[in-house]
Design a protein around this ligand. Structure first.
Ligand code: FES
Ligand code: FES
Length: 214
């Protein structure tokens, strides 16, 4: 015959211990908070943290040449080159895609080298030369890479195109356009959501093989 099971008796002793432990932890946390707050505040005041935070938002002078024109600006130290180009200089050809260095839409040249403008602070390009997509053509005469993108339909919606073209020019200049594979590798930082990759590669190959100055 099966033995009837009786519900387990509550362990009052264990519960009491648990409660007192919980209370102890709560009280310790409270005491720690009370004890730490004034000290932390005093320490922050000692180190002039508020002044330092304010300083970080103060403007700094920035001189840079963009597409052959020298600009003397006043920028926040945290301002990115991308935001300065788009918002202060109205050069909106350079696109903001991810703003995290992952799509390449913001590619520009700084002293001839391609960079992601969203990852470059404005103050880092002080006294440097910046070229954006607006500075590639010579008046009415398009840059050979722009011509090739048009000829090969290297774009659909066009959002990634300024970054693609700036990267493509750098890719040829760097000597990294010797094969389809190499072009794909060195253009891999530029994402195209429309998937125009084959046409972009064709455009770059044509410019490279044409031997034109880029
Ligand atoms: Fe700069 Fe995407 S916006 S990499
Ligand atoms: Fe549309 Fe590249 S052409 S994202």
């Amino acid at each position: 015959m099966e033995k009837e099971q009786t519900p387990a008796e509550p362990d009052f002793e264990l519960e009491a211990k648990d409660n007192s432990r919980r209370n102890f932890l709560k009280q310790s946390a409270l005491i720690t908070a009370v004890a730490l707050t004034p000290a932390a505040a005093v320490k922050a005041a000692d180190k002039h943290v508020d002044e330092r935070i304010a300083e970080a938002f103060e403007k700094m002078p920035l001189k840079m040449e963009v597409n052959g024109v020298t600009h003397s600006l006043s920028v926040e130290p945290r301002a990115t080159l991308l935001d300065i180009l788009r918002e202060q200089l109205d050069l909106t050809g350079t696109k903001k895609g991810c703003d995290y260095g992952q799509c390449g839409a913001c590619t520009v040249h700084v002293d001839g080298h391609r960079v992601n403008a969203c990852l470059t602070l404005g103050i880092m390009v002080n006294n440097k030369k910046v070229t954006t997509i607006e500075g590639l053509a010579k008046g009415e005469q398009l840059h050979p890479m722009q011509e090739a993108f048009l000829k090969h339909d290297g774009f659909q919606c066009g959002y990634c195109t300024p970054g693609q073209i700036m990267s493509a020019v750098a890719c040829v200049r760097e000597g990294h356009a010797n094969s389809e594979l190499e072009i794909r590798e060195y253009m891999s930082g530029n994402i195209c959501r429309c998937g125009a990759y084959p046409n972009i590669v064709n455009a770059i190959q044509e410019v490279k093989e044409g031997g034109q100055a880029v």
